[in-house]
Design a protein around this ligand. Structure first.
Ligand code: GDP
Ligand code: GDP
Length: 454
């Protein structure tokens, strides 16, 4: 019943009107079939929220908003995920490690009826080192007789096992009280996979000015930070102080040494570009403003877009740009950069130092968008209005209905629309445009997936 769906969304839980409240994250980990998805659904109070195979959404980490005793938090579900070829034990341990790096509290779910398996023990071993609070859940304790099964899980070395029945709800209220007791009010600052300074990649075709820019930015010896408390600096990265903050420019060793662009080096340069982009959170794409945009610029742009990184485009060599070239460049931008209208743009000169300080606010805006989370309430209020004003086009004589939306991930912001019927690509693009207008994701890609349920 669709009215009921909307009622759920509009229940006033976000009546404070705040769209960008950062919420702490509770990660639910454990091996398959212990009842993680059942527990997540119990926690978020919805029966049908498990996202199955959604293209574009990393299936291993889908988050939902939850509310217990008036406190809101995100629940990160690893339930739909299948172990990969590396083997169950290693895959589950990897999930746990990821949770330790990104979540604010962790539930390790174990099947109390089965007892601790080798995989459970391996994960527990990983989690015992966790600085993030871990609560051990003994699931499938459907009645009092099961309590002794739960007690056996003390052996995992993670403290007192909390007996619950995810299917019946037994013990889950007490569990959530315990969760709230350890969950911080606000999310950790460094919820990226690696904490510390934000990671920036500086990429662009040969001779565009990458070495010159990194030298300019770090040229002043005092700007180069060699040591930040609690971080180990990969020797191939540079820590650079800009705008009062420390940034980690990844993979700059070669740039600082100024490797020569020998013939045949381009293939390797492109491999390195890819790995730099992957290692970064935000990318500065340098483009030579004094020359026409090239296919090589486009290729790097595609790599960045595919990787889903935040983006700042820096038009370098601006000191060589005259009025004629500027007008020409604007046309090229309209034509060639149309796929990233949201990218932050700055015009700089690495040689003279012109406007290089403008990179800082551009990087900050891009990262803020990349990290942004829109609460389910305001998201669905907005969605309902947009759809009422401009409904999706008919498909096969039927009007597809968009029932509900949720932001399933950040970095980049990833939204899942639950629909009946297929949404055309054009309508999805329309929704993305409107979403950007409403919530502002400047500098970040946004992904929208559609989950069709008949
Ligand atoms: P996941 O793979 O860890 O996400 O596990 P699921 O949530 O898909 O649950 C696996 C199976 O265990 C399903 O058949 C559930 O119905 C069942 N299950 C989950 N929680 C409980 C519980 O508390 N008691 C019992 N008896 N079965 C449960
Ligand atoms: P990379 O291959 O991307 O690392 O490029 P380099 O930093 O080595 O620069 C290639 C050439 O462009 C060098 O001769 C630089 O002096 C020159 N260059 C770099 N930035 C600028 C700029 O802003 N203005 C001008 N006029 N030349 C620049």
């Amino acid at each position: 019943n669709e009215e009921a769906d909307w009622a759920l969304v509009d229940s006033g839980e976000d009546a404070d009107g705040e769209s960008f409240v950062p919420m702490p994250t509770l990660a639910v980990v454990g091996r398959p079939n212990v009842g993680k998805s059942t527990l997540v659904n119990r926690i978020i109070g919805r029966r049908e929220a498990v996202v199955e195979d959604v293209p574009g959404v990393t299936r291993d980490r889908v988050s939902y908003e939850a509310n217990w005793s008036g406190r809101k938090f995100m629940v990160q579900d690893t339930g739909g995920w299948e172990p990969d070829a590396k083997g169950l034990q290693q895959s589950v341990a990897r999930q746990a490690e990821l949770a330790m790096q990104t979540a604010d509290a962790i539930l390790l779910v174990v099947d109390a009826v089965v007892g601790a398996t080798a995989t459970d023990q391996a994960v527990a071993r990983v989690l015992r080192k966790s600085k993030t609070p871990v609560i051990l859940v003994a699931n499938k304790v459907d009645n009092e007789r099961g309590e002794s099964d739960a007690s056996a899980l003390w052996s995992l070395g993670l403290g007192e096992p909390r007996p619950v029945s995810a299917t019946h709800g037994r013990g889950t209220g007490d569990l959530l009280d315990d969760v709230l007791a350890v969950l911080p009010e606000t999310p950790r600052e460094d919820s990226g996979a690696v904490g510390g300074p934000r990671r920036v990649a500086l990429v662009g075709k040969p001779n565009v000015g990458k070495s010159s820019l990194i030298n300019k930015l770090s040229g002043d010896e005092r700007a180069v930070v060699h040591d930040v408390a609690g971080t180990t600096v990969d020797p191939v990265d540079s820590l650079v102080e800009l705008g009062g903050k420390t940034w980690r420019f990844v993979d700059t060793a070669g740039l600082r040494k100024r490797v020569s662009h020998a013939s045949g080096a381009e293939f390797y340069a492109s491999l390195r570009t890819k790995s730099s982009i992957d290692a970064a959170e935000v990318v500065i794409l340098l483009i030579d403003a004094s020359e026409p945009l090239t296919e090589q610029d486009q290729r790097v742009l595609s790599m960045i877009a595919d990787a889903g990184r935040a983006l700042v485009i820096a038009f370098n060599k601006w000191d060589l740009v005259d009025e004629d070239r500027r007008l020409q460049l604007e046309k090229e931008i309209d034509r060639e950069l149309a796929r990233v209208p949201w990218a932050q743009r700055v015009n700089i000169s690495a040689k003279t130092g012109r406007a290089v300080q403008k990179l800082v606010p551009a990087l900050e805006t891009a990262l803020e968008s990349w990290d942004k989370r829109i609460s389910t309430g305001p998201l669905n209020t907005w969605l309902k209005e947009v759809i009422a004003a401009t409904p999706p086009p008919m498909r096969g004589g039927r009007l597809p209905r968009v029932k509900f939306a949720t932001q399933a991930a950040t970095r980049p912001p990833t939204f899942v629309l639950f629909t009946t019927g297929f949404l055309e690509a054009g309508y999805r693009r329309f929704l993305e445009r409107r979403l950007r207008e409403e919530f502002n994701f400047d500098g970040s890609p946004v992904r929208i997936s559609v989950r069709v349920r008949e």
